[in-house]
Design a protein around this ligand. Structure first.
Ligand code: 5GP
Ligand code: ZN
Length: 112
């Protein structure tokens, strides 16, 4: 499959890996928008949040568990933001489900 994040998970494209287990892979964003900017993805190819269903949703809970662990390891005691862009109008550019874990600066709300 011609998917950038599947290739990163497979090691065909190099990345700065932060965490890996049987179902989840996490790596640093190539264009960080915060001092800490990690992408957390399921190893299974799920195109977007729209494709989350009762069969594959357990990995999403696990991703949030991993996010809490990474945030702790990265020293984000003051808080962090987890973002999922779903679909073109939300700005999703890579069609493999991913959660942005960002921290190390202040964030405004609502996000623009
Ligand atoms: P989206 O815009 O789909 O929510 O997020 C995609 C993210 O993937 C962007 O923040 C972008 O910087 C990141 N990205 C795109 N290509 C690469 C790459 O080759 N390596 C890494 N580490 N991140 C990438
Ligand atoms: Zn993929």
């Amino acid at each position: 499959m011609d998917c950038l994040f599947c290739k990163i998970i497979a090691g065909e494209i190099p990345s700065a890996k932060v965490y890996e287990d049987d179902t989840v892979f996490a790596f640093r964003d190539i264009d960080p928008q915060a001092p800490v900017h990690v992408l957390i993805v399921p190893k299974e190819h799920i195109a977007s949040a729209k494709e989350i269903n009762e069969t594959n949703s357990a990995v999403v809970a696990h991703i949030f568990e991993v996010a809490a662990k990474i945030a702790k390891d990265e020293g984000l005691e003051d808080g962090y933001r987890i973002v999922n862009n779903c679909g073109d109008s939300a700005g999703q550019t890579v069609k493999h489900l991913h959660f942005h874990l960002m921290g190390g600066r202040e964030f405004t709300w609502p996000a623009g």
